[in-house]
Design a protein around this ligand. Structure first.
Ligand SMILES: Nc1ncnc2c1ncn2[C@@H]1O[C@H](COP(=O)(O)OP(=O)(O)OP(=O)(O)O)[C@@H](O)[C@H]1O
Ligand SMILES: [Mg+2]
Length: 232
């Protein structure tokens, strides 16, 4: 399988990441590459460091040692301001649940990243509506997160992660709280849209069936990424 969708230069490159929480090592020298447009599954047992790796790649968590390169920049050497800007413009995130703002309706949740990027409110809401349509939840646009099903909530979260046209979407167990059918619908929507838009996806999952949607899989064990030949 050709895993390097756009040539040999990775979009994101993590090198020898070490992260310890109060003496408890979460990452012990983890390295990984993400190529433009590819869907990369990150698998491995609970506690192996998958979420911590994702958070380091997304610039949410600062590693104690090691580096994350993103398009010629070292993520953790950037100013807080530049890093926040990158997270707003280039990265989208979807977690297992609880990422939407409970007080806002679905359409306003999706419009929020556009408003933060300076889009005027009517245009932002219109675009948000189009993205809800794309994920099959336009009919729920005026409902608040507490009034949505789990699957609908995750589709709204996907719309919010993708609405700004990011280069990378980070998804941590995005279907982990859903039943089979709803999970499959959310995964299909994510993979289809990412491929259509050329968005790379880092997809953390326990589930082999979810990992099967990816172009490539890396496995973690005990805070490190296993060599490819162990995974193959
Ligand atoms: N904020 C934190 N504070 C303290 N310890 C943490 C924190 N985040 C992670 N850890 C610890 O780091 C290790 C790796 O955690 P991580 O969440 O990355 O694992 P994971 O592979 O995502 O697990 P799961 O599949 O259960 O989500 C675990 O031992 C965890 O307890
Ligand atoms: Mg996790």
């Amino acid at each position: 399988m050709n895993t390097k969708a756009e040539g040999p230069v990775p979009l994101l490159a993590a090198r020898d990441l070490v992260k310890t929480y109060g003496g408890n090592p979460a990452l012990r020298g983890a390295s990984a590459d993400l190529y433009a447009g590819e869907i990369l599954a990150v698998t491995g047992p609970s506690g192996s460091g998958k979420s911590t790796l994702l958070h380091c790649l997304a610039g949410i968590v600062r590693p104690d040692r090691g580096s994350v390169g993103y398009r010629g920049e070292r993520l953790h050497q950037l100013s807080e301001e530049r890093l926040s800007e990158l997270r707003r413009t280039d990265f989208g995130v979807v977690f297992q649940f609880g990422q939407l703002i409970p007080e806002l309706t679905a359409v306003d949740n999706v419009a929020l990243p556009l408003l933060l990027a300076g889009t005027a409110r009517p245009a932002a809401r219109e675009r948000a509506g189009e993205w809800l349509e794309r994920f099959g939840v336009r009919g729920q646009q005026d409902q608040r997160p507490g009034e949505l099903s789990g699957g609908q909530e995750q589709r709204v979260a996907l719309a919010r992660a993708l609405v700004t046209g990011p280069k990378v979407v980070f998804a941590d167990e995005p279907t982990g709280a859903l039943d089979c059918l709803a999970g499959e619908q959310v995964m299909t929507a994510l993979v289809h849209t990412a491929r259509e838009c050329g968005t790379a996806v880092v997809l953390v999952t326990h589930d082999d069936r979810t990992a099967a949607y990816a172009d490539r899989e890396i496995r973690m064990s005990d805070g490190a990424v296993l060599p490819a030949e162990v995974t193959a």
